[in-house]
Unconditional design. Structure first.
Length: 196
């Protein structure tokens, strides 16, 4: 393996596109609703406690946060969407900036979309998946907090989401607490981050 996810290092928090790293190499971005465990998933997948900032307050990630794996590969933590308790002006700025990132970033290889396994495929999630289909962008859904469901409910949630998304992406169960699904999630990232 030429690179290791645990090598991830904070690179920059970018409020404006001009602050983004050069559009070269390969990036994988994490995009999801606020309070679904997105930052926790990044930390567990990278095996780096505190790499991505976590908070009990939804909407904590307010910029695009870039983490560098090596000189060629990066992970990107996008601001959580769907959280109302931020100023409207800031919320709109996030939306415009994230839309610009998704539509213009040539090095973006795929989107990891964490969703709470108890409440998957909310309207904004479906909107993001529809964008992925239109842009022919690879998408992988992490059904987070799976440990909070019974074994039967987990299986039902996974089957239901797979049926509903069809070919729009791949999906798996995931828990940052128990680390269930960790190897599967890492395998997806390693595949996407391989040099083509």
């Amino acid at each position: 393996m030429p690179f290791d996810l645990s090598q991830a290092q904070y690179l920059i928090s970018a409020h404006h596109p001009k602050q983004w790293p050069s559009d070269v190499g390969i990036e994988v971005a994490f995009a999801g609703r606020s309070n679904v465990g997105k930052s926790s998933a990044i930390n567990v997948i990278a095996n780096r406690r505190g790499l991505a900032r976590t908070s009990k307050t939804p909407g904590r990630t307010q910029q695009l946060v870039f983490f560098e794996l090596d000189g060629y590969r990066r992970l990107v933590d996008l601001p959580g969407y769907g959280y109302a308790k931020v100023p409207t002006e800031l919320k709109r700025h996030w939306e415009v900036t994230v839309e610009q990132y998704l539509s213009s970033r040539q090095c973006l290889r795929g989107l990891v979309i964490p969703m709470d396994a108890r409440r998957p495929l909310m309207p904004l999630d479906r909107q993001l998946l529809a964008w992925c289909v239109q842009a022919a962008m690879a998408a992988h859904i992490l059904l987070t907090k799976a440990d909070k469901l019974s074994k039967g409910a987990r299986a039902n949630a996974l089957r239901d989401v797979r049926n509903r998304i069809g070919d729009a992406g791949t999906v798996q169960l995931f828990s940052a607490t128990t680390r269930d699904g960790l190897d599967e999630a890492r395998d997806v990232l390693y595949e996407w981050l391989k040099a083509s």
